[in-house]
Design a protein around this ligand. Structure first.
Ligand code: AMP
Ligand code: ZN
Length: 116
């Protein structure tokens, strides 16, 4: 498992920084966003350190499919029947602030489009 010593989300996975867990298995961790932008706002991340969407490769992409399976399952459990939005920000222009791949899942209010 690749872990980055200075990565905030690697520290959250290791339990060194507290978080409100939504879901966990051997490959992924999901937790409440500390600054929610919707009534429901959690993040789903791979346990392996991947810097962002731009660092997904043929070697590590299986976890991305798994993340989307997990998102669908959590959405059913949370009864998000009104819909939800899944976002990943890659790089400066998109507003990425943590360089560990993460998918925002937001729900509980109507969303505008295009985002931002
Ligand atoms: P992004 O700006 O797309 O890189 O998203 C990073 C997200 O991480 C933001 O929505 C932050 O609110 C969230 N965040 C930052 N620090 C923490 C933390 N300690 N616990 C939970 N979420 C966090
Ligand atoms: Zn990391």
């Amino acid at each position: 498992m690749i872990v980055e010593m200075d990565c905030l989300f690697c520290k959250i996975i290791a339990g060194e920084i507290p978080s409100k867990k939504v879901y966990e298995d051997e490959l992924v961790y999901a937790f409440e966003d500390i600054d929610p932008q919707a009534p429901v706002h959690f993040l789903v991340i791979p346990k392996q350190h991947i810097a962002g969407a731009g660092a997904v490769t043929a070697e590590n992409s299986a976890v991305v499919a798994h993340i989307f399976e997990v998102i669908a399952r959590i959405a059913q459990e949370k009864n998000l029947t009104g819909g939800y939005r899944v976002i990943t920000n890659q790089g400066q222009d998109a507003g990425q602030t943590v360089n560990h791949l993460h998918f925002h899942v937001m729900a509980g209010r109507p969303m505008t489009w295009p985002a931002g």
